[in-house]
Design a protein around this ligand. Sequence first.
Ligand code: ZN
Length: 484
Amino acid sequence: MSHQAKNWWESSSRDELHHRQGELLRHFLKNRVVPFAAYYRKLFADHDLSADDIQSTDDLTKLPFTSKRHFENPKDFVIIPDEDVLKHQWSTIKRAITRGPTRAKIELEEELRPILLTSTTGRSSAPVPFLYTKHDLHQLEVGGRRMMELCQSDPAWRHINAFPFAPHLAFWQAHYASLGYNAFMVASGGGKTMGTEGNIRLIDKIDPDAIIAMPTFLYHLLQEGAAAGSRWKNLKRLVLGGEKVPAGMRRKLRDLCTEMGAPQVAIMSTYGFTEAKVAWTECMAPAGAEPSGFHTYPDMGFVEIIDPESGERVPDHHPGEIVITHLDSRGTIVLRYRTGDLIDGGLSHEPCPYCGRRCPRLIGKISRVSDIQRLNIGKLKGTLVDFNRLENLLDDTDNLGAWQMEIRKRNDDPLESDILIVHAVAMTDDQEQLRDAVNERFRSVTEFSPNEIVFHSWDKMRKMQGVGKELKEKKVVDHRPKET
Ligand SMILES: [Zn+2]
């Protein structure tokens, strides 16, 4: 093992983890959540539960799940202390005695006053705000430092943060990673702020060791940079976030880096979502080896994997939906939050084969529960279509630059059958061959092939996807008229 494990989040046995997480959870529920977060205070009361009824992470199953649809009043998920209750808590009294009343007051304000907001992107529902206090920003910094360590960055390296300037976890996580690691980082703001050319010029000048960005935007940057004659020979890491990264995309990014004089680049994918208030990364895998999964932080959150149908927990290494419970957050908090994300290799408590860390790892591919849609394609009424699988398939197709899948109704008639159009950029002159390849690949995994494959220029595709402008690139669009 190359890594000298020191902290409990990365070195604890499963039993020790269970014990420590239970301790954090008890303190969190008793002193912060049940007294001060309105939604959970009511939820506990409605289920005739007190904080004491949950002694360990096992007992969490007594609580119903929380999901996005419960966020009608986001404020109800914020820890808003009642001064009088807070004043009489034993932990407050103890703090006042040991730290002095003035210092204790400042510390409590820093722990509890929200000072930053990130938001969900709201592609399908209203955006949900998540508040951070200084306590949370410290965690974002600690989590960020761990990401840098897991990716084997170096504080002396130069980093580019190419996430869009936005109240979005990805941007702030990258920013706080540089603070936590005490490393140089330039934020370009992504495509919207400086444009593709501006980003390329900035990267030319900075000559970074690492770029942190959304995969499609980064792919576009490398493509344009390579075409413009840029050579980014100093590049050692590409860290991808904001959307999932299929194997085919990694291969394409690696090929472009080689073309630009940086064959040594290691590519890591990260996984984060607004409600987790932190992002997780893969560690550095040996060249050519499969990544060993997202390394989670068990001192900040408890991750459980459930059967999305029954809601029951599944054993390690079994696929299921990712559910998160905060253990030590302030501002906006969640317990047993259903992400709607499916992980196909489940959770592992085995030591990581590459870095030896023992933190729980999320293994395999992540897809959205909502990626699976029922379409009426021609005579195939009610066909279940796994868009995640189709996305992987397109990403893995050679000579296919960028793409978008569009669902429409035939003749825009709400009563007609659904049609699927693949829009794509061809990286070859032989468009007919590419069209055949896409059709064939579709038929190998589904019962149908696209109704139409339309080729576009890069510029047009960027506009269609909203590259650099949208927080999530639009890879699947639904243009079916609503039935009236
Ligand atoms: Zn590892």
